[in-house]
Design a protein. Structure first.
Length: 221
């Protein structure tokens, strides 16, 4: 199963024959049977870099199912002893729900925990962190009953896309604050100038596995 998913993944860039304006550059994403082209455009930050605008992990169910199946295949191949999948924020909720659904076919007790980006339940634990997407500190919030799901359990932090890893690392810190044990990270895609599968993982994940499917390039100039 794992070999089928790995062989089914193709990621590439298609440049226009004119050599390219940001409007005609494309990023081709293929995971399993899912394939779609996405534009490569200059980041809104004005930093001069171009990124692939892949915004389908919220509600494109074909992509979400394909990514979930590929992530579960990697976790199962590694025989990771996971008890809880932890989602930071709200963008990867659908991905997390399907990953847990797939995992429970062979591990019926796997749970799902979602840390929110806003305090909606009153009695919470929280953790602050700095994201590159904002010049202000951000927070993740956990319901107090999440401690019952996490205490003494093995957790994998799952997000749709991981770039610097700040949000995922903050989630891991909150898991530990609630008494859980982080055994790895997972994502549909990493994003950046360097692919973590080539030359080692990012410093945040140096001591534990990163289960990722594809890499979104960052292009300078």
């Amino acid at each position: 199963m794992m070999e089928q998913w790995v062989m089914g993944i193709f990621v590439g860039m298609m440049m226009s024959s004119a050599g390219a304006t940001s409007n005609t550059d494309e990023f081709v994403l293929k995971i399993g049977r899912f394939e779609k082209s996405y534009p490569i455009k200059e980041a809104q930050s004005g930093s001069g870099i171009k990124i692939a605008y892949v915004n389908d992990f919220v509600d494109n169910m074909a992509l979400i199912r394909a990514a979930a199946d590929a992530i579960v295949a990697k976790i199962n191949q590694a025989k990771a002893p996971v008890d809880v999948i932890v989602i930071p924020g709200d963008k990867a909720n659908a991905l997390g729900a399907i990953v847990v659904d797939r995992l429970t076919k062979t591990r019926p007790n796997v749970e799902l925990v979602v840390f929110r980006g806003t305090n909606k339940s009153g009695n919470v634990e929280s953790i602050s962190y700095q994201s590159i997407s904002s010049d202000k500190p951000k927070k993740l919030y956990s319901r107090l009953d999440h401690a019952d799901l996490l205490r003494g359990k093995n957790a994998i932090v799952l997000d749709d896309v991981i770039s610097t890893g700040a949000t995922a690392k903050a989630s891991a810190d909150l898991v530990r604050k609630l008494g859980g044990n982080v055994i790895g990270y997972a994502c549909a895609a990493t994003e950046g100038e360097n692919d973590p599968s080539e030359g080692g993982v990012t410093p945040q994940f140096a001591s534990m596995p990163l289960y990722k499917i594809v890499h979104f390039p960052v292009v300078r100039g």
